[in-house]
Design a protein around this ligand. Structure first.
Ligand code: PXP
Length: 237
């Protein structure tokens, strides 16, 4: 059965918009675990636009499932990971001006650095995953640099508007899963998945864990709205 890693970054996005201490992504992570999440994912970005160092430190001490730290391949982030010891690290490309992670890593281009840093993280007992497009050359490179897992970037599939285009992108994901398995790599997937588009990807089989954030936080804000309004009305009356 596929596992769910809940990405709580956007709870922190709401908090940072006000610069106060709520809503707390640590509390959201606990509720996600109580609801059955198999893991918690956070992306500590270099610009600290949502998740803060304090969040990852408290999450490391409090979560009961697994902490997956998404991060860029920088010396600062590698040293944070080696101190924090998350259960896994997912290396992602990071651009200052992007709204969210755009595209996967160019593993071949970064292979020398990746090989060295992956080994460092693994020596510390951290499982290492690389966020890549469903591209066979990239997947071969993931194997060459010694990654444990790939996380397939599902963004392009999610953006497709026609049935034919979606089918074509699903086929790319299917081939990526089977190539990764042949090379002994574990397979996760994420980005852009929501309540409407996740089904066909799950049906492909072979994906161990889905990392999903925005659609879950978006839905939480709506399904929780009625109760939140009722509770405020009760205080006013
Ligand atoms: N996986 C990775 C590597 C990501 O960078 C992101 C976005 O932070 C996600 C999964 C979750 O994407 P979404 O918020 O679109 O569900």
């Amino acid at each position: 059965m596929a596992k769910l890693g809940v990405n709580v970054d956007h709870i922190a996005t709401i908090r940072q918009a006000r610069g106060i201490n709520e809503p707390d992504p640590v509390a959201a992570a606990m509720i996600a675990e109580l609801a059955g999440a198999d893991g918690i994912t956070v992306h500590l970005r270099e610009d600290r636009r949502h998740i803060q160092d304090r969040d990852v430190e408290i999450l490391r001490r409090t979560i009961q499932t697994r902490l997956n730290l998404e991060m860029a391949l920088t010396d600062e982030m590698i040293s944070i990971a080696l101190n924090l010891l998350p259960d896994s690290v997912t290396l992602v490309p990071e651009g200052r001006h992007e709204l969210t992670t755009e595209g996967g890593l160019d593993v071949n281009l970064l292979r020398a650095t990746l090989k060295q840093k992956i080994a460092l993280l693994q020596q510390a007992g951290i499982v290492v995953s690389l966020f890549v497009e469903p591209d066979l050359e990239q997947i071969k490179s993931c194997h060459r640099v010694g990654a444990d897992y790939i996380e397939i970037h599902t963004g392009t599939y999610c953006e497709m508007k026609t049935v034919a285009d979606r089918r074509e992108q699903l086929q790319r994901v299917r081939l990526a899963i089977s190539a990764a398995h042949k090379l002994g790599l574990g397979v996760n997937a994420g980005h852009g998945l929501n309540y409407q588009n996740v089904g066909p990807v799950v049906a492909l089989g072979g994906i161990e864990e889905f990392n999903i954030g925005h659609s879950i936080v978006a839905r939480a804000s709506l399904v929780g709205m009625e109760r939140a309004v009722r509770e405020m009305i009760a205080l006013l009356r």
